[in-house]
Design a binder for this molecule. Structure first.
Ligand code: BES
Ligand code: MN
Ligand code: MN
Length: 463
């Protein structure tokens, strides 16, 4: 029987090579041109789980991309860990901002990753982090170190809202029954400051369309006499925040969880350098809601952001035109107790109410999901904390994240179990951006830490 550290030493090149192979498949769930590759990725994941020692491996068809389910049940009386991850990735555009093509992985060192990092779309979010679990499983089964039952559920539609996963979970409660859900799809503060994500924000994503005249018009002949949908949309969007950067949508804050002064003080103890934060983003000042710190603004406070805005002429040169229509995509990040469907309704009502005469507006909801907070006194959290203490030599800091994994709240509702978010990425890993990467040190540290979670969780559960 080998220790996890020596197993990693012996096999690390293969671990890296296998991940690189997986990263070469462009599993872009948002773009139907990549449907074949996305489906093929499910097969690759299934094969890797079989090779890692799972007894049951299934590719479960859904109305969309398949869900890979695998398990190894060693004793029904032992606890069961359910691992969730996703094999789909975000679209890689803009392609010209990548130093190397997004699906031709390269290893390079960076300031934050002196041991090298794998650059590719999905390296961190989430193929690299998901694959840590596959390799941890391989170690445990190959060395007689699996202390409990394991189930894997790896989906291909996380980046487009997990609609079919919700469908699957609602229909397979029995099959997915577990004692704790384990996910690596978040980040940590720094390689020498481990942290465990204890919260995710909810999300409401909408698209708006503003229509003015029935056709595009000459901006000289008609300009000044009819509502210009782009001008109007800009004004409407600008009015969604007041001078303190509070969101003006009526009722938006009604259910927002307010943290106590003590909780905020505790949060404020997490190491954070505003100088480094600004430097990393090349900005000379941060910006946000009055009365809150940067870390509060991007975790415990809700937000409203335009993600894209278009209309009219955007080609080369100048064209004098008043467009008939203008569009924007708007996301609202939500915090505990805000209900995403209710917020979507509030937004729609508000946005329609602020439209001036001369235009009509249409609000189309996209996907969404509830926020999530996990308690730090659960057995799952304590097992994770001990695992980090073992491999990092430090107690991890509990920290709420600003990102969203909407399906986590649904897991709790349908499967009645808590989720532990053991993320090993860094905020600087550029997920969803050009040049996404994942540190090799982080990848191997994840593989090293995960088996301890299983060991401690089983021990605490049986205690
Ligand atoms: N893995 C991310 C979420 C994340 C990243 C949470 C880092 C915390 C820290 C996930 O793949 C993601 O991108 N989620 C989307 C929402 C989804 C519905 C498209 C997001 O947060 O924008
Ligand atoms: Mn992800
Ligand atoms: Mn993502």
């Amino acid at each position: 029987m080998e220790s996890i550290t020596s197993y990693i030493q012996e096999h690390k090149q293969r671990f890296i090579d296998e991940l690189i192979e997986l990263l070469k498949i462009p599993s872009i769930s948002a773009d139907s041109a990549f449907a074949k590759a996305t489906t093929q990725t499910a097969t690759a994941v299934a094969d890797s789980l079989k090779a890692a020692g799972c007894d049951t491996v299934e590719i479960c068809e859904t109305p969309g991309y398949p869900i890979v389910y695998a398990d190894k049940i060693i004793d029904p009386n032992l606890p069961t860990v359910l691992v969730y991850g996703h094999y789909d990735v975000q679209p890689p555009d803009p392609l010209d901002l990548w130093d190397a093509p997004p699906f031709e992985p390269v290893v390079k060192t960076t300031d934050k990753h002196p041991d090298g990092a794998i650059f590719a779309r999905g390296a961190c979010d989430d193929k690299g982090q998901m694959y840590m679990h596959v390799k941890a499983m391989e170690y445990m089964t190959a060395n007689g170190k699996l202390p409990c039952n394991v189930k894997f559920m790896i989906e291909g539609e996380e980046e487009v809202g997990s609609v079919n996963l919700a469908w699957y979970v609602e229909r397979n409660q029995e099959k997915l029954a577990n004692d704790v859900i384990l996910i690596s799809d978040t980040g940590m503060i720094a390689n020498d400051i481990p942290s465990i994500t204890t919260g995710l924000r909810g999300l409401s994503y909408v698209e708006v369309e503003v229509t003015g005249p029935n056709r595009d018009l000459h901006s000289g002949l008609y300009g000044g006499a009819v509502a210009n949908p782009i001008n109007v949309l800009s004004k409407m969007i600008a009015s969604l925040h007041d001078e303190n950067n509070h969101i003006t949508v009526k009722g938006f804050y009604d259910k927002v969880e307010e943290l106590t002064a003590a909780e905020r003080e505790k949060m404020g103890e997490a190491p954070f350098s505003l100088e480094n934060y600004k430097k990393a983003l090349d900005i000379n000042a941060v910006y946000g809601e009055k009365g809150y710190t940067t870390n509060e603004r991007n975790s415990i406070r809700p937000t409203l952001d335009v993600n894209g805005i278009w209309g009219g002429y955007t080609g080369e040169g100048a064209k004098t035109v008043i467009a008939s229509k203008a569009y924007a995509k708007i996301s609202m990040r939500l915090v505990p107790h805000q209900d995403w469907e209710e917020i979507t309704e509030l937004f729609k009502t508000h946005f329609e109410s602020i439209a001036p005469d001369g235009v009509t507006v249409k609000v189309t909801p996209h996907h969404g999901g509830q926020g999530y907070v996990t308690p730090i006194d659960s057995i799952g959290y304590q097992a994770a904390e001990k695992a980090y203490e073992k491999t990092f030599g430090k107690t991890p800091i509990p920290q709420r994240s600003g990102g969203s994994i909407p399906i986590v709240a649904l897991f709790e509702k349908e499967l009645k179990s808590k989720t532990i978010l053991m993320g090993f990425g860094l905020d600087s890993d550029a997920i969803h951006s050009p040049n996404e990467h994942f540190g090799i040190w982080n990848y191997l540290k994840g593989i090293e830490t995960i088996p301890y979670f299983y060991e401690y969780f089983t021990a605490l559960k049986n205690a």
